[in-house]
Design a protein around this ligand. Structure first.
Ligand SMILES: [Zn+2]
Length: 77
């Protein structure tokens, strides 16, 4: 995980995060609204540029647990 120094960043009224679009109070180094977790995910290469919605795509791509029939013990989904 990348280390980002947020000690001198500003906080303001909630505005859409530049990466995920969900309201964020924290501002990045260019004073744009951005969640700390979204900025770290971008620094780690997990999400792309400033297109809103990229951070949500990471969540959507999470694997789902298999569904097992308890009687037959076979995977059904
Ligand atoms: Zn965000």
């Amino acid at each position: 995980m990348a280390f980002l120094d947020w000690s001198d960043h500003n906080v303001g009224r909630p505005l859409p995060c530049r990466l995920c679009g969900i309201p964020a109070m924290l501002r990045d180094e260019k004073n744009r609204p951005c969640h700390m977790t979204c900025a770290h995910a971008q620094a780690d290469g997990l999400i792309g540029g400033d297109d809103q919605g990229d951070a949500l795509a990471v969540v959507v791509q999470m694997p789902t647990a298999p569904v097992i029939d308890l009687h037959t013990r076979r995977r059904i989904a």
